[in-house]
Design a protein around this ligand. Structure first.
Ligand code: PMT
Length: 404
């Protein structure tokens, strides 16, 4: 589905439409009312050979009107991807906030597949805090944003805001459609969030993990067709669509849930921040406050990743490393000592990435000896990158060593 919103760049959507048709896609064009002020629906109808949808309701009698609305929403179920070009500041705001007052914004809410957004607008509108906040929210949902280019804009300003080249938008569409089912047939077991190790019936030791990284991985894997089992410590996040969530509290419970759900897994990804120490014997009553100093003797928890590494079968084993220094050295060390295929290393300790943030900055240490760094991005974008690299790695590891 190609959504065209009302901006001066709407005419370039015709080029994008032609590029998509030339690549063999069936394209259903949906235009906002404002878009029809800039370019005629007939242009798109001629390019696609399909009637263009310009409004939620047809102008006939009430029965026709109702059936057209139902029929139109059915479009969402029949198509594989939604690309919006140009995505105006207005349509980005509607998508970000879930408003549904025209066909395109209604369709967006009814559609569950991948979304590609190619914004185009005046430089100041692009830089405005409201637009940037809306883009952040849309990125965090896993939508792909094709950044506008710098250049001379119709309003006379020079700066970012010009619609990206239609061929490069078509490339992103192709890439997203390739991702679409590339994990079909896989069973991905993911751990996420912190663990809570009780000290008494009311207190526990835990850490700052929000679960966002692991949940982003679960969401991305499910969207790409995998069966996903998400073993989650206590977090405040909604269950990712399509994933089976197994809630746990302690490291011991997480270990049992991992090994209890391992059958059939083809990838195991350990994004959880598992507590390293716990009280082996938890007092049955609340520890009383006294003036005296309190010392607690803690024992190590089971190292689930190391145990998986020792017991390694033919699943791809991906561990995480949360470090405050020496990222590469620590990642390579954990790759070896825990017998993993990949370590996702992230620098933690700041507010901009790692724990709690919607963003992360990661590097991947691979069994092939490579060490790949990625710029700071949303956890959802990085989740897709990790899964793409994991698939590629498995492919490489399957080749005879002398051919790699
Ligand atoms: O949840 P968020 O707020 O989104 O934050 C994401 C994150 C920072 C928690 C995540 O990106 C991350 O780094 N997770 C791993 C945190 C961690 O425990 O790192 P570690 O270096 O201490 O452990 C290394 C690996 O061993 C991890 O895969 C961990 O899951 C695993 N481990 C650790 C201890 C233990 N007892 N059992 C384990 O399996």
């Amino acid at each position: 589905m190609l959504g065209v919103a009302g901006g001066i760049a709407a005419y370039k959507a015709a080029e994008l439409c032609r590029a998509l048709v030339q690549r063999g896609y069936t394209v259903q064009v949906v235009m906002t009312k404002a878009a029809t002020e800039f370019i005629q629906p007939l242009t798109f109808a001629a390019l696609t050979g399909r009637k263009v949808v310009t409004s939620l309701f047809s102008s006939g009698n009430s029965e026709e009107t109702l059936s057209s609305a139902v029929e139109h929403i059915a479009i969402a179920q029949e198509h594989d991807l939604l690309v919006v070009a140009p995505a105006t500041a207005d349509i980005l705001a509607k998508f970000a906030h879930g408003l549904a007052d025209d066909f395109l914004s209604t369709l967006y809410l009814a559609f569950t597949g991948p979304v590609v957004l190619a914004p185009a607008m005046n430089t100041n509108m692009w830089r405005h805090a409201a637009t940037q906040a809306n883009l952040e929210a849309l990125r965090a949902r896993g939508h792909k944003i094709v950044e506008p280019e710098d250049g001379f804009l119709a309003c006379g300003m020079i700066g970012p805001g010009r619609l990206a080249d239609p061929e490069s938008i078509a490339d992103v569409v192709a890439e997203q459609l390739e991702h679409r089912h590339d994990l079909a047939g896989e069973t991905v077991l993911i751990t996420a969030g912190p663990t809570q190790e009780p000290l008494d019936p009311v207190r526990f030791i835990s850490n700052r993990s929000s679960g966002k990284m692991g949940y982003a991985l679960a969401e991305a894997a499910a969207e790409r067709g995998a069966r996903v089992i998400l073993i989650s410590g206590p977090v405040h996040l909604p269950a990712p669509r399509g994933a089976t969530v197994v809630p746990v509290k302690t490291a011991g419970e997480m270990r049992d849930a991992v090994f209890g759900n391992l059958r059939g897994a083809t990838m195991v990804i350990k994004a959880a921040a598992v507590a390293d120490f716990h009280l082996s014997t938890v007092p049955q009553q609340k520890i009383k406050k006294t003036a005296a100093r309190l010392s607690l003797e803690l024992d190590p928890t089971p190292d689930i990743l190391a145990e998986l590494g020792r017991d390694k079968k033919d699943w791809l084993l991906i561990g995480f490393a949360a470090e405050t220094e020496n990222l590469e050295r620590e990642a390579r060390r954990k790759l070896q000592t825990k017998n993993c295929d990949m370590i996702v290393a992230n620098l933690v300790g700041g507010d901009e990435s790692g724990f709690e943030s919607d963003h992360n900055e990661i590097a991947l240490a691979l069994k092939t000896g490579e060490f790949l760094r990625f710029p700071r991005a949303s956890k959802r974008e990085l989740a897709d990158e990790i899964l793409t690299q994991a698939l590629h790695l498995r492919h490489v590891l399957a080749e005879p060593a002398h051919e790699r």
